[in-house]
Every structure is written in structure tokens, then in C-alpha cells.
Design a protein around this ligand. Sequence first.
Ligand code: BGC
Length: 780
Amino acid sequence: MITHRSYAVEPWTVRETELSLDVLAQSESVFALSNGHVGWRGNLDEGEPHGLPGSYLNGVYEVHPLPYAEAGYGYPESGQTVIDITNGKILRLLVDDEPFDLRYGRLVSHERTLDLRRGVMERTCEWVSPAGTRVRVRSTRLVSLTQRSIAAVAYEVEAVGSQARVVIQSELVANEQLPESNGDPRAAMALQAPLEPEQDFASGSRLRLVHRTRHSGLRVAVAADHVVTGPERTTTGGESHPDLARLTVASVLEPGEKLRVEKTVAHGWSGARSLPAMSDQVDAALAAAAHGGWTGLVDQQREYLDDFWARADVEVDGDEEIQQAVRFALFHVLQAGARAEERAIPAKGLTGSGYDGHAFWDTEMFVLPVLIYTSPDAVAEALRWRQNTLPAARERAAQLGLRGAAFPWRTIEGEEGSAYWPAGTAAFHVNADIAHAVVRYVAATGDEDFERDTGVELLVETARLWRSLGHHDHRGTFHIDGVTGPDEYSAIADDNTYTNLMARANLLAAADVVERYPKVAERLGADDEESAAWRDAAESMNIPYNGELGVHEQHAGFTRYQRWDFAGTRADQYPLLLHFPYFDLYRKQVVKQADLVLAMYTCGAEFDEEHIARNFAYYEPLTVRDSSLSACVQAVIAAQAGHLRLAYDYTAEAALMDLEDLEHNTRDGLHIASLAGTWMALVAGFGGMRRSGETLQFAPRLPEKFSRLAFSLQFRGRRLRVEITQQSATYTLLSGPPMHIRHHGERVTVAPDTPTSHPVPPPRHRPAPEQPPHRKPNAR
Ligand code: BGC
């Protein structure tokens, strides 16, 4: 855990002012650069010391058998795990006779900065070798948001005070040795040496390695080119071996002289393309990047991000840490999805190998909701990936004896990768989550081409699943029994309220599109009779409610379970999943993460204000937040229920999850959903933003510490800016035709050039709900 504040609090940068080897792996995640296709962890340029080396290509994985002591029908037989691809970021340095290794000699200074506006990571350090030679090293690194396969480093060494003989070895390294896994089930199962060499090449300043994964049969090509600038006496030479290609640059530097290597690295992978085609592909990408050179890459990166921040920035006055954290969060959410292009957005993005690089419902319920209003194109791409995996999802449904498509709980390629079916297969809600994202995206963009070509198919196939998974009882009530909702401390439960409400919306949305797109429906074999059955199921959906307590049940019968012994649970026994058997968690009232509370956000129209307050007060003392997906949702509903102080603390927890390593596992990669949740907490929580059909509603209210909150949104061809103070909210249409919104229920028209301001009413006072002992969020 990062116990001290490791990073300076600045609005547009994350700056580490000294190198702490004990939190190296955490920093590697925090400083990871990615564009959704290529991911480089923030490893030191020289490769060592490292916490966890990491270079990833979205979609490159290896399969491994899933062993079961007691196998059963339909258990997934093989798992997928993200692998380290060829590492192109290494530049080793030799100073006189000593390797530049920060564990030896004397480190005078070391600073790394993640610049959120320029999209680069910069490093400067000064070091004295054990023999007394002093050098200054500067490097700048980027993973290009504009040229999808490209990452680049500019590495510069300067002799300080005396002459230095320096050698830079710029390398491509495959099958890099990985540290042993720490035994946490949420970390990756590391696969040693997963790449088989196919080609190695070095000529002039160009290097290339092509490999293939043993079992998944994916070809991975990585190539690099270099521009070297240094004194005249500088020499260069290349060599290649099956797992290593290297350009060696040697020089003698007089004091003040510099040796600079600009390294551009191109990445590509394919399950279909031939060896010559793949090596041509990466060479071509290098040629394209060489066009504008290093400066071109840096300039394009800035332009891309200027555009992003113009539409996505969130400004917070009154809490500098949250200001920094929300920009850090938006930057990483963008990095995770920007250029994923018909590939998954994994729970850790491409920042680490945690959760084996799998994508979960995190994408549709946490990440996409942010991108819908800030980078909608990335959302369409992510949902097209789901569409591309429909064959696997249909097959899985058939295997389970169900109709339509059963999307996997966790996956890289589309097949179910969960070996624990009560939390995997049974978490069917992922299907409704995908449908929810489709509906949300279409409502926010009006993208009818997407709706017709992708949306209808996803909605129809998921609706079919619900209709076949549930049943009408003798009274006609529709039930979905034996499923697992978002709270993974309950499993195989009947009528999970979140699942049922989300399934209901899914069924109705499918019935609607079948009417609106009859030709597509016909192609999918969906007729009026089928959509009538969906409507029927939706309308008679069971929503469990305990009339005596006046609260909704998380699932049927939940409120009569014994309460977890919170008083007898010590602080060090959290997360409970690492200290107690699931058997016991499942039969008690204890909630891992927002479930019913999440339903009140995603299906808000189903709950009146009184129930929102009462349900929240009931579930708060049961919710232990053993998942990083919880705090942001609790922030949203706490704000709605008027608990602004609590909402503020939860917002900070979501926002600082990785900057302060609150879950003690940032080393394995960032919590992308929680980062996305920071935006959710601010915009949907304090901004009170909800969507009803094609109308945006706001019910803003700030916590005491904030003097101002401002954010922009893209919505149906408009750009809207919302600025909130303690007293009022101002809505400004930055572009697009006039629109109607709601402010605390009142209809407001926002027209170009006429900002409109409205008073913020005070919240209704309600007693603050309690959390389980040791599980209160940190008070700020
Ligand atoms: C949570 C899931 C989540 C997964 C990946 C688990 O701890 O309970 O809801 O999808 O982590 O983030």
C-alpha cells in the first residue's frame, strides 16, 4: 500500500518526486501508458529493477487448462490469460564499466511525471555510478493515441562533471522473466515463456522479432527503429537472436555532451495473417511513424488530448486531490478504450495482468457510461466487440440449455473463462448490462446505423436468454431463479432485484427495436409473437419487496437471512473472500458491493425518493465494499438521498483507489471501473445527472468542501456544459441546437449563447446511515 502521498498534488500531472523501490509495482500501474491496443507499464527504461514488467497487446492471450477436482457438465475446459508480449521499451545503459541500475551507486535525484494533457511520461534523474561517474538521464515515453500500433521513447544521457563512456542497448525482449505470483486469486496466473520464436532480424537501425503463442496460435510482431544523435565518435551495431534483438550505441561523452536515442516501436498481432504479412505490417507502421518523426508523434498526441479534454474535462474547486484524481481517472479510462477497436476493455485496461487481463461487466456498467458522454465512438467499438463474440455466446447458451446468447462473465476472446460457476456462469446480469449499454449509447448519440447493425442483434439475443432462463409461475408472475447478482457474497439466488429490473428493461428494449427494425428482426427470426412474450415477461416480472420493513429485497428472501457477524469480524479479515468460506457468506446478510443500490441508479425510475432513502439506509450497514466497484455507486445514491458528506467520502475513495492504493493491489493494474466511477460519482452523484429517454435530468447539490464543479457532456449532437456552485447551477449549450433538460424536476430550455442559471435547493435532512464496523469510508 502507498502509505505516504507518493505523488505531488497538481491539476494536470501525476508527479513522483523520488523513486521508492517498495512501491515500484504500484507506480508502474499508475504510470502505465496505453491506447487500448498497446499497453506499456511504467517500467523503468532500463528494464530493472522492476515490480512487474508489462507489455501488452489487447487480444493477445494464451490458453491453459482449467483443472477441476470435481468436474461437471458445461464447466469451461480452458482458461485464457493475458501474456506479456515482446517488450519494446527497454533501453539498458552502461556508464563506464557499470550498469546504470538504481539499486547501486548513488541516486541524486529521480522524478517521473505523467502529463495528462500531453499524454507522455517524462523522467529525469541524476546518478553517480559506484565508481564515481555522474550522468543525467532524461526520457520521454508515449503510446500513441493517433497511430494505434506505435509506442516511442526518447532517451538521452548526459555526462556531468567528467567524461563518461556510455553504451545504450536498445532492445526488443521476448519471454522476459516474470516475478513469482503473490498467490492472490485476483492476480494473473503468469505463464512463463509463452512465445515461440519465428523470426528475428536486425539491420541498420531496424530490429524485428516475430513470435507465435503455443496454444492460442496468435502471431505477434514487434519492430523498432531508431534515430541516434550524439558526438561524432558514436558507433552503432545491431544483432538479433530468437528472443532478443538489440541495437548497441556506444559513445564517449565529454562533460555536458549528450547521447540521444529516439526509439519507435511498432506492434501487431493476428490469428490469421502470415509471417511475411505480419513483419511487413510492423515495418509499414514504422514507416508511417517516421513521417512526422518523434516531434510529429508528440504533437499529434497533444492535439488528440486537447480535443478530448475540451469535451471531457471535469473541474473541481475545493479539493485539489479530487481534481487531480478525476483527470487521472479520465485519462486512464480514455487510454483503456480509445483505440481498442472491436476488442474488449479489460478490468485493468492494459495496465497490468490482474484478473488475467479479462473483461467483465465493468466495461458496460462503469467504463462505457463515461465514454458515452465523452468519447462515444469508443463505445460503439466496444459493443461491436460483444457483437463479434455472439457466436461463442450463442454456443454457451445452447450448452446451458438456453436460448439466445449467454455472454461470458469473464473473458478475453469471448468464451467463458470463469472456473467458478456460481460467480461466473450464474452472473447472467452481464447480458442485461450489455443491453443497457446499447440503449444508453443509442439514446445519447442517436446513432441509428449502430442500432440497426449492432444494437438490434445484441438486444434480441439477450432478451431471448431472459425469456428462456425465467418462467411464469401459476399466477403468471415472471421469475428468474438461481442467479448471481452484482453482489458476489450472494449466489444462486432467486429473483435478484437488480437482475430482474435490468432484464425487464432488456426485454422491453428488444421488443421496441423489433418493431422499429422489422427487416433486421426478420433476419434474426424474431416475430411479433416472440416480442409479445418478451413484453409479457417484462410486465409480470417479480420485484421482491419486504412490506414489513418497507424495503426492496436484494433477492427474494434476502432480508430474512441471518446478519453477518460484523461485530466479530476484525479489520484485518477484510476482504472477507480471503478469510471466510463462500458457503457462509452466501447464507448471510452481507453485501460485497452495491447491488440493490446499483439498481436504484441504473433503474432509478422504478424507485421513488422515499424508497431510495430507505433502501440505502438498510443496505449501508450490510455493505462491506470488498470490491472497488462499490464506492462510486454508493456515492451516487448517497448524494441522491441527501447524504452529501458521505457521498463526498465515497467519491474520494473511488477517486484515490489507485493513487493511494486503497485495495492493496494496484501493483496488478489499475481499477479502471473505479476510476470511471470517479466521473460517475461527480456527474451522476453531485451533478445528479440521469437520462430519461432522450432527456437529460440534473439534480445538482455539492458537498460542503466543493465551491464549484463543472463538466461537459456530448449528447445527441450537442455539447452541454454544466457548472454548479453551492447556490446555483448554470447550463450552457456550447454547440448544437437548443435542447430541453430538467433541473430538479423543472423543465428548462437551453439555447445557444444564453446560459441559464437555476437555484440549488437544500437537501432534505435524514439521519446518516451506518456502515459495518471498520468499513466506514475514510472521512476527508
Ligand atoms: C467484482 C466484480 C468485478 C470484478 C472485476 C470483482 O471483485 O466483485 O463485480 O467485475 O471484480 O473488476
